[in-house]
Design a protein around this ligand. Structure first.
Ligand SMILES: Cc1ncc(C[n+]2csc(CCOP(=O)(O)OP(=O)(O)O)c2C)c(N)n1
Length: 231
């Protein structure tokens, strides 16, 4: 069997990634974690009470105005969960940007399940009462928005207006060259005009060696213009 080895961070020579398959135990645990995320995502979209479905489902448990895209959420949770697995395994510095803004439940779910959400918002603890509030507040009057709004711990990308996830991903990578940046772009966003600019960013990133000013900040803008043939 071929065993490929990838340098995770060019600057961290001790960090090697192997492309070996997960053990059955790891697969089962990850799958259970991911399925829990999909339950949380569905709960955020549909439920205003009865979070653990202890009672038979009634109309009054269900939100009257449904927001959040169910279809894109499992894929976002899947990516987040596996990135978390890799972060733990290889001690990576990583960030995940979700382009499909309406897939926020697929991001908020693992943020809650890993404990970060309860750490920042102790009233949304990892118990039945906290989960009830966590579900109810999603896209509900007085609660949080239907995208990963600035209230979301660690969020640098709101996602409510399509077109900027790749820009924010490139910005994060250019600002922190050692950071592993993963980004998901939906087919809707891929059709946006400003997503079309990103191949130029790819060329720029491949060229490497960004200019830095005296304070160490990267000078992305002029480089980007040059890559696009604008200057
Ligand atoms: C600039 C902009 N135009 C239109 C919309 C309205 N809008 C919200 S979600 C969506 C579709 C998004 O499709 P995709 O990126 O594939 O995400 P998914 O359907 O998987 O959630 C559109 C057009 C928007 N949010 N921003």
């Amino acid at each position: 069997m071929t065993r490929s080895v990838i340098e995770a961070r060019p600057n961290a020579s001790d960090t090697k990634m192997t492309a070996e398959p997960l053990s059955n135990d790891e697969l089962q645990q990850i799958d259970a974690y991911w399925r829990a995320c999909t339950y949380l995502a569905a709960g955020m979209i549909y439920l205003r009470s009865n979070p653990l479905l202890r009672e038979p489902l009634k109309a009054e448990h269900v939100k009257q105005r449904l927001l959040g895209h169910w279809g894109t959420s499992p894929g976002l949770s899947f990516t987040y969960v596996h990135l978390n697995r890799l972060i733990n395994k290889y001690d990576l510095d990583a960030i995940f940007l979700a382009g499909p803004g309406d897939g926020a439940p697929g991001v908020l779910a693992p943020v809650y399940l890993e404990g970060t959400y309860s750490e920042v918002y102790p009233n949304k603890a990892e118990d039945e009462e906290g989960m009830s509030l966590f579900f109810k507040e999603f896209s509900f009057p007085g609660g949080i928005g239907s995208h990963c709004t600035p209230e979301t711990p660690g969020s640098i990308h709101e996602g409510g207006e399509l077109g900027y996830s790749l820009s924010h991903a490139f910005g994060a990578a250019f600002d922190s060259p050692g950071l592993l940046v993963a980004v998901t772009v939906g087919d809707g966003e891929a059709r946006c005009r400003c997503s079309g600019q990103r191949p130029a960013d790819c060329r720029l990133a491949r060229r490497g060696g960004l200019d830095r000013d005296a304070t160490g900040r990267t000078r992305v803008h002029s480089q980007r213009q040059a890559a696009c043939g604008l200057s």
